[in-house]
Design a protein around this ligand. Structure first.
Ligand code: NAP
Length: 251
């Protein structure tokens, strides 16, 4: 019989790369995975001190983490990051694609380059990292990928068209890679609703999003981390993107 009760060390020794682990949601995911026993490589782009702080929390729990810097808008840096994570950890079992940009691009100033910038940082990075890491996982010990999408993948935000399109691509990549990497590797996604307000948001934007949820409140980064943990342990789930949005996508 397979175990059915929650195992607090369910990810014990699983070699894991989390992108954008320097702060906020990425940090919460890294800490939850470390608490479940995973060995972590923490990726950051510019916020080295934030990444060090995440690593310090992990060491307070008795764990340790490798810090890896990369600009994921650079496609070659993505494959290189997968290689470096594999070398640092001695293998790679889990990839969490969390890093992304979220830039307000209202119609008045919207430019073609906004699309390219969002697609490179948010979608091509997921493609290139999943390709590099997923190929290795399929060849080696198997593994799992979780992509952090957004509910705007299905309900685009009018002032964030390039961002929303990049997240729709993430949902599609989740399905596509679930097919090509099966059965050795499962690929799933989490689509957050309003979790934390972002810099540069229009006044009242976050509150309006919260008002549209059925639960009438902000989510927490830990809610996203919990969904990642669930998907990493859900042995018969692949290709699925789980909204964690307080019911906002039903409105
Ligand atoms: N916050 C929300 O309510 C919400 C809602 C829906 C979806 N999401 C999704 O959840 C994820 C995390 O959101 P968040 O609000 O925690 O994000 P955040 O605070 O803006 O942090 C983004 C992370 O991505 C990294 N990053 C950005 N561009 C990068 C690039 N070109 N190369 C490498 N790393 C890059 C940043 O690294 P550095 O800081 O080191 O530069 C940072 O660690 C994102 O995928 C976001 O789209 C969030």
């Amino acid at each position: 019989m397979q175990q059915t009760h929650p195992d607090p060390q369910a990810l014990h020794g699983r070699k894991t790369l989390v992108t954008g682990a320097s702060r906020r949601i990425g940090r919460a995911i890294a800490l939850a995975l470390a608490r479940s026993g995973a060995d972590l490589a923490l990726h950051y782009r510019s916020d080295e001190s934030g990444a060090r702080e995440t690593a310090a929390y992990i060491s307070d729990m008795g764990g340790s983490a490798h810090l890896l810097c990369a600009d994921l808008a650079d496609v070659d840096a993505c494959a290189d990051l997968a290689d470096r994570a594999h070398a640092a950890l001695g293998g790679l079992d889990i990839l969490v694609n969390n890093a992304a940009i979220f830039e307000r691009t209202p119609l008045e100033t919207l430019k073609p380059a906004d699309f390219d910038r969002h697609m490179a940082a948010n979608a091509r990075s997921v493609y290139a990292l999943t390709l590099a890491a997923g190929r290795r996982m399929k060849r080696e010990q198997g593994g799992a990928v979780v992509n952090i999408a957004c509910i705007s993948a299905w309900r685009p935000y009018p002032e964030y068209v390039p961002y929303s399109a990049s997240k729709a691509a993430v949902v599609n990549l989740t399905q596509g890679f679930a097919k090509t990497l099966a059965p050795e590797v499962r690929v799933n996604g989490v689509a957050p609703g309003p979790i934390l307000p972002a810099a540069g948001e229009a006044d009242g934007q976050g509150e309006r999003a919260v008002a549209e949820t059925l639960l009438g409140r902000w989510g927490a980064p830990e809610d996203i981390a919990e969904a990642c943990l669930f998907l990493l342990q859900a042995r018969y789930v692949t290709g699925f993107t789980l909204p964690v949005d307080g019911g906002r996508s039903l409105r």
